[in-house]
Design a protein around this ligand. Structure first.
Ligand code: GLY
Length: 371
């Protein structure tokens, strides 16, 4: 019998633009007319029940008027819906509507929508292109940029997913004005995370401009949209698949993701990340990478942003400790944490290694020391 060598080396160019602006609907249309998704005319707009009436309907009408075949596929808003079941339902609806390999996906919404739609696009008809039209600060700060797409499972968040880069990301800062204050705060948690890992000057900017940001001041919002993007894409360009540096974007997420699941998604992602940032700050202080004063500045900034820094009373702390072990960074059964170094840097534990093993006893102390 013979052995056949299947030569399939690839050179891939997944580069894409992130466009930031106030009202980018017309820009999306022009880009599609200019071939952003090739000559595809059939477009599946995936959105949620909140964003449908704010952006979904008008984008569909605009695309129909321009000669595209655009259909809306809508699911109920909220992290609880970011599941394989929702994905399957949307896929069946798209198939019933005649979508096949020749369609393109436009994700319109926040992080739940862009995560779910990007994952769906990665496997629908073995993969169709997609763009993200991000309407929340959280998706602008993190979710819509960088190509991580996923759904949650009952065990934990984002365990089933793909690295799948969009063809373009639109960050429509106008849309933030439509958000409830709680959602703005949630997005600010990822923004504060970026400041913690990357730039003391950005941390100081957030301290000075928090009131303006909470009031959706256009100049302050535009500034943080750009700064979030700059910080995130510089990491992703160096380490798309998280083999090293990209781990830094997980600051606060070991505890954050676990608490989000244990709360039954009663906490928003950013609220959970905020508590996770407070938890890793305790570890950073104990390891000598953060002073008590710096930790208190971080807590003060999170609180100023309207974010929690204490574990809600109804959370079972022991269940939370166990849930930490569902984190994707767990290696050989050991927890790993990213740790900040001062207010604007992270610890590189050895060349290219940005997380450190944490013993269960230390993790338990961290969880039980939080207010
Ligand atoms: N949200 C973390 C990352 O994109 O890597």
């Amino acid at each position: 019998m013979g052995v056949f060598q299947v030569e399939l080396k690839r050179v891939v160019d997944d580069s894409y633009e992130i466009e930031i602006g106030f009202g980018l609907e017309e820009k999306l249309l022009t880009d599609l007319q200019n071939g952003l998704l090739g000559n595809r005319k059939k477009l599946a707009l995936i959105t949620d029940s909140n964003v449908k009436s704010l952006y979904g309907d008008k984008l569909r009408e605009m695309l129909l008027a321009a000669g595209f075949q655009a259909e809306l596929f809508v699911f109920e808003a909220g992290e609880r819906q970011k599941t394989r079941e929702t994905q399957a339902r949307l896929e069946d609806e798209m198939l019933a509507a005649g979508c096949r390999r020749d369609c393109g996906v436009i994700a319109v919404g926040g992080g739940v929508v862009t995560d779910l739609a990007g994952f769906l696009a990665g496997t629908f008809a073995r993969g169709v292109p997609f763009v993200n039209y991000a309407t929340t600060l959280l998706s602008a700060a993190d979710a819509s940029v960088g190509g991580k797409t996923a759904v949650d499972t009952p065990l934990a968040t984002n365990l089933i997913g793909l690295f799948n880069q969009p063809k373009k990301v639109y960050l429509d800062v106008n849309a933030w004005k439509t958000l409830p204050k709680r959602q703005i705060s949630s997005g600010l948690a990822e923004t504060i995370k970026h400041a913690c890992i990357a730039r003391p000057g950005f941390f100081a900017y957030l301290e000075e401009h928090m009131e303006a940001l909470l009031a959706c001041d256009p100049a302050a919002c535009a500034y943080i949209a750009e700064e979030n993007c700059r910080i995130k894409y510089q990491v992703v360009m160096q380490d798309e698949r998280e083999s090293g540096l990209r781990e830094v974007l997980n600051l606060g997420h070991t505890v954050g993701r676990a608490i989000e699941t244990v709360s039954g998604y009663g906490l928003l992602h950013g609220e959970a990340v905020s508590i996770g940032l407070a938890a890793q700050a305790l570890l950073a202080e104990r390891l000598g990478f953060l002073t008590a004063e710096e930790r208190h500045r971080l807590l003060a900034l999170l609180e100023k942003a309207g974010l929690p820094t204490a574990i809600p009373p109804k959370i079972d702390r022991e269940a939370l400790v166990q849930k930490l072990y569902t984190d994707k960074k767990v290696r050989d059964g050991r927890l790993r944490c990213v740790v900040q170094k001062g207010l604007g840097n992270v610890v590189e534990f050895s060349p290219g290694v940005f997380s450190t093993p944490v013993e269960e006893q230390t993790a338990r102390e961290m969880i039980f020391s939080l207010p």
